[in-house]
Write a protein that binds this ligand. Sequence first.
Ligand SMILES: Nc1ncnc2c1ncn2[C@@H]1O[C@H](COP(=O)(O)OP(=O)(O)OP(=O)(O)O)[C@@H](O)[C@H]1O
Ligand SMILES: [Mg+2]
Length: 568
Amino acid sequence: MSIEFHDVSFTYWQAEEPALQHITLEIPAGQFVAITGPTGAGKSTFLQMLNGLIPHHIPGRMEGEVLVNGVSTRELSVAQLSRQVGLVFEDPDSQIVSLTVEDDVAFGPSNLGWSAEEIRRHARQALEQTRLLGFEGRNPFTLSGGEKQSLAMAGILAMRPQVLALDEPTSMLDPIGRARIVSILKALAAETNTTILVVEQNPELIIELADRVLLFDGGRVIRDGTPQEVYSDVEALQQVGAKLPPMVETFWELRRRGLWQEALPFTVEQAVAALKPRIRSGYAQNSNTLSPPSADGAIVEVREVEHRYGDEVQALQSVSARFRRGETTAIVGQNGSGKSTLAFHLVGILQPTNPQGRVIVDGLDVRTTPLRELIRHINYVFQNPDDQLFQETAELEIEYGLKQLGIPADERRRRLEWALELFGLHDYAHNAPKSLRRGLRTRIAVASVVAMQPEVLVVDEPTTGLDRRESLEIMQTLQGLAESGTTIIFITHEMDLVAQFAQRVLVMHAGKILRQGAPTQIFADLPVLQQASLSQPDIYSLAAALGWGDLSALRTPADLAERIAQLM
Ligand SMILES: Nc1ncnc2c1ncn2[C@@H]1O[C@H](COP(=O)(O)OP(=O)(O)OP(=O)(O)O)[C@@H](O)[C@H]1O
Ligand SMILES: [Mg+2]
């Protein structure tokens, strides 16, 4: 099915600025289009026009015309349109409609007039594609973050729509889950002529998948071309703060230093082929080594912790781990491997279900320490910020925890100011958190915990749903706290953030700790990466292909460029 936009603008009710301005473009049937650009650029608004949510349900003023298969969306109902256009939203919680996984996946297809057998077959296939076989009887609300996101995808795949519109569908998936979605989408585009539009921040996925990229900024399409064309336009991407493919970033840096005039490579293979004849083999040392942790005593100790949810799910199986004071640790692993469950135990939200399981924080037994006391030592920022934002304004949200700690008013004021400043939230202090965009909600959630100044800060997927600029800002703020002595434990599926910010990595698999070590050790261990559904960041793949042994201090594309420069 083709899609046409004819001079389309949209302004949300009561908004001052239009969210989309004068969009004119045509998408032929079967095209695979990636939509990228910073937060607030209009990407989600664009998708919501495809199935008629705009103009039929979402209040605001729409101008121009959107045609789906030649028919204006104004002339079709949302019910009619949603048979043709399957839309997967950013927030999977908002899409759960049933009390079991099985019913949830069957819900969409059951409205299409199919036979019971067809519904069952399509639902089963969608569960298989999204790694959810075996979860049929589970309550969707008890799924892990990534499992919920997979379920939202399954529900739409089962309907076999002719247009698929996906809003950051892999933001909570582990790298292998992402690769699976990529191959499913590729097959759909190639074999069934499905038109696919996907909002995506990850350039590696876009390059692998898309026929065409639309770069959005300020409600407009500022670049429209093949992935090669758009990702060669480094200045445009940098200007809007979009993430560059790591190889492009590396070679752009070399070009900036006057060392690279040829085309920029997009993939590791291209980079290796371009580099091999140009560099000496050998080994160069990076100057930028990371400061060692301030002390080596463990501040958090986990001993033989098991956790069972109900009768069936064994989420943790005898986990033991130590987190050193002042160190920044990343917890990584497949969806459902137990990362969030482990984090809940560190802060006493959950208790081990085996009697001998213990968590000791700063010498205190988490089982027996009152929460009020514990949160001075360790605190947690939820995977979904909306699970912890309840106050009417950002300011009240940040002050709430401080009041709970019994901190006197003038000190509260001081900490509030400090936290607002640290997270760039001054302009939003009096806004209702729920009305703000995801990046700001995340910042408020983190700020409200940081204001309590715990010695250990546990942050669960802090960059999900954020654009590149916001992600780096949050991570750099956490790094700043680490430098002033806070112990940071963060959970993430973004391997490049692990490489850049973690001093230690804890790899989880099926409720156990599979391996721990420095990022360089973990990312060199291909069997472990494979078993835990992780991927090797491109900078390490390139280093491995060039035969470099010691990868210490290789954390970013800039570090990689530095080393290559020394060998040229
Ligand atoms: N309340 C619950 N009831 C039953 N099972 C649960 C509950 N919460 C989590 N689980 C299950 O426990 C396992 C571990 O979940 P957890 O949320 O810790 O995973 P995770 O590693 O954080 O995953 P993700 O990367 O998707 O966030 C999963 O299989 C999940 O479905
Ligand atoms: Mg989780």
